[in-house]
Design a protein around this ligand. Structure first.
Ligand code: NAP
Length: 313
């Protein structure tokens, strides 16, 4: 059987990061003879390793394509591509998950322990008797219980937080009270002192946090969004922050990225902006995930991490 041709379609700086790990992973998987390239005649390509910002959007000439292997976990920029008629796999990478667990845990602990109060409140007043509650007395809701959300929920549960989780389908996770569906969302938000958003961007998840659902939160609740910007109605969040109904929002993702300098989030005293850095795929582990799918494709085995194009994630 001829060795597969793999087109790497992503920005040049990504090629510099991924070329060596991909070649190493191919050799490790017994696919050292494969052609891995950034330029190929489309009709000769078997697999596209893909970043949606690569400039490639018309897959029509790729007549022999077996799969598109996304470099990113989020696939909202690909699912609607009508020229893509082969299986689409998204990135599920242990390094990405580990990074997200660390980022989410850090930001939850920041608010749980009221770290800001001590960072910014060195005013000479000794306020005794203000120890933070234990995690067991703090309720955190994790919206989205996929690869990333479930790992974060497990870590928060391991730290003893009361963890509520919410997903589309019913789930069972040890130490996590799992809810689903519209009623489940309202129930979770009604109790959540800290809300972590790890939903994908789909038509069904847009504005999950809006004026109505934000009003369900206990007063002063904290929002942490490393999911996607459109999960939140920005106007509604700003109004809830100004009214003190939401105590703080830590936002890593936005409808427009980079977040424009004039956006009110930058200057808001109760908003922390981070520049979409919550976590990223790590080339060494991600390369193995991609190559495992190529190996499977060549062996006629089912691909891993396939995207449900109808559900949009
Ligand atoms: P995933 O494995 O596909 O999980 C998605 C979760 O969301 C699932 O639990 C799913 O429910 C739930 N969900 C989807 N639609 C829903 C709906 N309408 N109602 C309720 N729940 C719904 O995704 P993941 O790998 O965990 O990644 C989640 C998101 O994180 C990505 O899509 C991406 O946007 C974001 N992300 C951000 C960064 C960053 O650096 N900021 C990095 C990586 C990823 P079911 O379990 O029932 O299917």
């Amino acid at each position: 059987m001829p060795e597969p041709v793999i087109l790497f379609a992503a920005k040049t700086e990504r090629w510099e990061v991924y070329e060596a790990p991909l070649r190493a992973a191919l050799a490790e998987a017994g696919l050292g003879g494969a052609t891995l390239t950034t330029e190929a005649a489309p009709e000769e390509v078997d697999y596209v390793v893909y970043a949606p910002n690569s400039g490639l959007s018309d897959f029509t000439p790729f007549t022999r394509l077996k799969a598109v292997l996304n470099l990113w976990a989020g696939v909202e920029d690909v699912t609607g591509n009508k020229t893509l008629k082969v299986p689409l796999a998204r990135m599920v990478d242990g390094g990405l998950t580990e990074g997200m667990v660390e980022w989410v845990t850090g930001h939850v602990l920041r608010h749980h322990l009221r770290i800001d109060m001590y960072l910014h409140g060195q005013d000479g007043v000794w306020r005794a008797g203000t120890a933070p509650p234990l995690a067991r007395d703090r309720t955190v809701a994790v919206l989205g219980l996929g690869e990333l959300g479930s790992a974060c929920a497990r870590m928060l549960a391991a730290l003893n937080f009361r963890v509520l989780g919410w997903s589309r389908s019913p789930k069972e996770i040890a130490g996590v009270e799992c809810l689903h569906g519209a009623a489940g969302l309202d129930a979770a938000l009604g109790r959540a002192e800290i809300v972590v958003l790890l939903l994908p961007k789909t038509p069904a998840t847009e504005n999950t946090l809006n004026a109505r659902t934000l009003a369900l939160l206990p007063r002063g609740a904290v929002i942490i969004n490393p999911g996607r910007g459109p999960l939140i109605d920005d106007e509604a969040l700003l109004a809830a922050l100004d009214a003190g109904r939401v105590g703080h929002a830590t936002l890593d993702v936005f409808r427009t990225e980079p977040l424009p300098p004039e956006h009110p989030y930058w200057a808001h005293p109760n908003v922390t902006v981070t520049p979409h850095i919550a976590s990223e795929t790590r080339a060494a582990s991600a390369a193995r995930v991609i190559v495992e799918n190529i190996r499977r494709g060549e062996a006629g085995e089912p691909f891993l991490h396939l995207v449900d194009r109808v559900a949009g994630y």
